[in-house]
Design a binder for this molecule. Structure first.
Ligand SMILES: Nc1nc2c(ncn2[C@@H]2O[C@H](COP(=O)(O)OP(=O)(O)OP(=O)(O)O)[C@@H](O)[C@H]2O)c(=O)[nH]1
Length: 568
């Protein structure tokens, strides 16, 4: 479990808690604001009570002053003033009673105040009425000593007590108000702080998770790209391996080196189009390698032929890879050309400890692909070396199956195949063809007198002599025993007789040495037959030539006889 996923449930809980806290803060704020408004209202109420008390007092005092003034001066305006302010004073006292209905103690005082004020005003009214009716002196006489003053003091005292209580009440309400306000403020600040802290923690956590997610996303993108690269590489490698296996299969079916070279060239260009290469084969003498095929565009020229020591791969018997000039340069590479930005690879082609050739490749230095390219070239080299060894072995076996080991000439089987094939070809193209049948004279008595090994030496000598005197396209064969045949395509009878005569003469003129002894003299008789007159089938042509040979023997040997012409 990642740290992020471990934090997730806590973060959810914290989010819910922060949300609940906000709701609680909102509800508490509403509650406290209402409470504050309520306590404010009570403060206001106390102010109102005090104000009404003062208004009531002042109006009562004004009424009393007007009544007293009227009594003393009898001035009618004061009487009017008294009549106007008296109801106002009572109205203010009544109002006080009404607004203190919530507070029984203050209400009782207000009622007492109203009662006393009413009594005071009624008495003053009464005195004023006496004055109006009976005169000033009558009013003064009717007034009991200090009656009004005493009542007024009572009213003032009650008023003062009520005021003091209301002020106390006001102070308490204000204190409650301030406490509520402070509590509200504290609660709001604390809640806000907690909420902010929670949100801050959430934000930090989210931001960290966000950046972690971005990092993970980057990593995932990188991993995906890497995966795609690896997949592409795997697909490419698999395609290359498939191509190599196809190349291997085709190589095994190659009939000759040319086909093997062509396959190598096309596979190399398909798999490594950015490289160039060359395939060298060792000469039979093993002292030189010659270029047999080149492919692609090489980054550096390599000699067409060079001794094996010019290549480090051949010297050491292992691949020689030179990246950007980092290793020793092979001498077969172009002198003076810079190896700074190119890569060269030489793969020795060898099988059963024998050097068969070398596969060379070059191209621009290419980062990570170099090793893969080298692996492909090495795989191709391995397969090509096996194929070359197989083809050489096959060729050797084929030669062995076609050649007579004693004379080095073709054997009877090959003679029969080639005579049939060449007759068909020449007949189709209306070309002449001649057949010579050659037999060593008195070979039996020579064999008997000189020994079998001397007879073999004579056979080998005549074989060499015949091989050296016929054209490359002629097929000289040992038919069996001491009898030889020579198929001469595109040769007429006269030319064949001339060639047979040259052979006869050469054999008779040469001396043969065997085990320090000179053997000799050796002569041959030769029968000649030619297309189209002497026979139209191989069997017939051979019979005619053989008959001519016997006739030559019969006529004294050491001669050439053309059966049809009967000339020597
Ligand atoms: N040394 C040796 N002798 C062979 C070989 N093959 C056949 N011969 C001998 O060649 C002789 C052939 O003799 P023949 O065909 O009788 O006649 P010839 O002696 O050549 O006489 P003409 O042909 O009439 O001149 C036999 O003695 C065979 O044993 C071989 O491979 N080596």
């Amino acid at each position: 479990m990642t740290p992020t996923s471990r934090l997730r449930p806590y973060r959810f809980a914290a989010s819910v808690a922060a949300l609940l806290l906000l709701v609680a803060v909102a509800a508490a704020t509403v509650f406290w604001v209402r409470l504050l408004a309520e306590s404010n209202r009570w403060v206001e109420h106390s102010h109102q009570v005090i104000e009404k008390l003062e208004v009531s007092q002042s109006r009562l005092a004004a009424t009393q002053a007007a009544g007293r003034g009227y009594r003393l001066t009898g001035h009618p305006s004061l009487r009017s003033e008294f009549d106007r302010s008296a109801p106002q004073a009572l109205e203010a006292a009544g109002e006080l009673v009404r607004i203190t209905s919530d507070n029984p103690k203050q209400n009782a005082r207000a009622q007492a105040l109203l009662r006393q004020s009413t009594q005071q005003i009624e008495r003053m009214q009464e005195l004023a009425d006496i004055q109006d009716r009976d005169g000033k002196e009558a009013a003064i006489a009717a007034m009991r000593a200090d009656e009004l003053v005493a009542r007024m003091h009572g009213v003032n005292a009650a008023s003062q007590a009520m005021r003091t209580d209301e002020l106390d009440l006001l102070a308490k309400r204000q204190a409650t108000n301030v406490r509520n306000a402070n509590l509200l403020l504290g609660f709001v600040l604390l809640s806000l702080a907690v909420s902010l802290a929670t949100f801050w923690a959430l934000l930090v956590s989210l931001s960290r998770e966000n950046s972690r997610n971005r990092g993970l996303e980057r990593e995932a993108r990188g991993a995906l790209a890497e995966l795609q690269r690896a997949q592409t590489m795997t697909e490419r490698l698999s395609a290359q391996r498939w191509a190599i296996s196809e190349y291997t299969g085709l190589l095994q079916s190659a009939q000759n080196l040319d086909e093997a070279m062509e396959l190598t060239s096309s596979t190399f260009e398909r798999l490594l189009p950015h490289l160039g290469g060359q395939c060298y084969l060792a000469r039979a003498s093993r002292d030189f390698l010659e270029s047999r095929a080149s492919f692609g565009t090489p980054a550096i020229a390599s000699s067409d032929a060079f001794p094996p020591d010019d290549c480090w791969a051949l010297r050491r018997g292992q691949p020689h890879h030179n990246r950007a000039g980092g290793s020793v340069r092979c001498a077969h590479l172009e002198h003076g050309a810079s190896l700074g930005a190119i890569s060269t690879l030489c793969i020795p082609l060898s099988a059963q400890g024998e050097t068969l050739g070398m596969l060379h490749a070059s191209g621009p230095v290419d980062g990570g692909e170099d090793d893969n390219d080298a692996t492909i070239i090495e795989l191709m080299g391995e397969q090509l070396a096996l194929a070359i060894a197989n083809l050489r072995l096959r060729e050797t076996l084929r030669q062995q199956s076609l050649r007579d080991p004693l004379t080095g000439l073709f054997n009877r089987r090959y003679f029969e195949e080639s005579l049939r094939r060449e007759m068909l070809r020449c007949e189709r193209r209306r070309l002449p063809l001649a057949l010579l049948v050659l037999d060593i004279d008195h070979f039996k008595s020579f064999n008997d007198s000189q020994g079998h090994s001397a007879g073999d030496a004579v056979l080998a000598h005549v074989g060499r002599c015949v091989a050296s005197l016929v054209r490359a396209e002629d097929m000289a064969c040992r038919y069996g025993g001491e009898e030889f045949t020579i198929v001469m395509p595109e040769t007429d009878a006269a030319s064949a007789v001339a060639r047979a005569e040259a052979i006869r003469r050469a054999v008779s003129q040469q001396t043969i040495s065997h085990n320090g002894r000179t053997l000799g003299p050796v002569t041959v008789s030769i029968g000649v037959a030619a297309l189209p007159h002497d026979g139209v089938t191989p069997e017939l042509l051979f019979e005619v030539a053989d008959a001519a040979l016997y006739q030559a023997k019969a006529e004294g040997r050491n001669r050439v006889l053309h059966a049809a012409a009967g000339i020597a």
